[in-house]
Design a protein around this ligand. Structure first.
Ligand code: S6P
Ligand code: ZN
Length: 191
């Protein structure tokens, strides 16, 4: 193994994570998505329009300290998804494939309750429950979307994925997911 010139080496670093609140206080990047960013993703478009008109609430946040988007690096973030529903459908993230579709991802749930919905371009669909301490492995080629089914708590996850994975939202906007998560008669249903 040859080590690069010291001047070219990235230096070790650390960040603070508030595990309970789902915040990274010193994050270099803080992405927020509101109801108005979710057009086209929910089954009940009228309910989404009403939600946007009634104050356009926060849906989710992603806190990152970006690392170089290169093979060999690990990108990581805190993803915090608020509780709520659009009509009968629970709040969820947009969902994406990775641009490098052959890259996997790990989600460690830190707080809350929900599901990770996953699908492949070939028509397979799967889901895993998310609760504190559950680690969900999203294999290569699976698009992934998290859903918060708790009535009052955010769904907080720590995510880690290859630095060069990238996000491909376009295919999900065209295809959608074959399953959705609803509250029907007081029960959580995936249909
Ligand atoms: C990144 C990872 C998460 C999501 C975040 C928001 O690969 O899967 O950080 O970006 O949960 O979801 P989305 O689908 O809007 O990127
Ligand atoms: Zn991802």
């Amino acid at each position: 193994m040859t080590c690069p010139d010291p001047a070219d080496l990235m230096q070790p670093f650390s960040v603070d994570i508030d595990l309970q609140q789902g915040l990274m206080p010193n994050a270099a990047s803080h992405l927020t998505r509101h109801a108005s960013d979710m057009r086209g993703h929910y089954a009940d478009t009228d309910a989404l329009a009403r939600l946007i008109d009634s104050g356009d609430p926060l849906h989710y946040e992603v806190f990152e300290v970006p690392v170089p988007a290169q093979a060999g690096q690990w990108m990581y973030c805190i993803s915090t998804l608020q509780p709520g529903r659009v009509g009968d459908e629970f709040f969820m993230t947009k969902g994406h494939y990775h641009t490098l579709a052959e890259t996997a991802e790990i989600y460690l749930c830190l707080r809350g309750e929900g599901y990770m919905l996953m699908k492949t371009a070939g028509g397979q669909c799967a889901w895993q429950a998310m609760t504190r301490g559950k680690m969900v492995y999203v294999p290569p080629y699976w698009a992934h979307r998290s859903v918060n089914t708790h009535e009052g708590e955010p769904l907080v996850s720590f995510c880690v994925y290859p630095g060069d994975a990238g996000h491909n939202y376009g295919n999900i906007e065209r295809e959608g997911f074959p399953r959705r998560v609803f509250l029907r008669g007081g029960e959580i249903v995936i249909e």
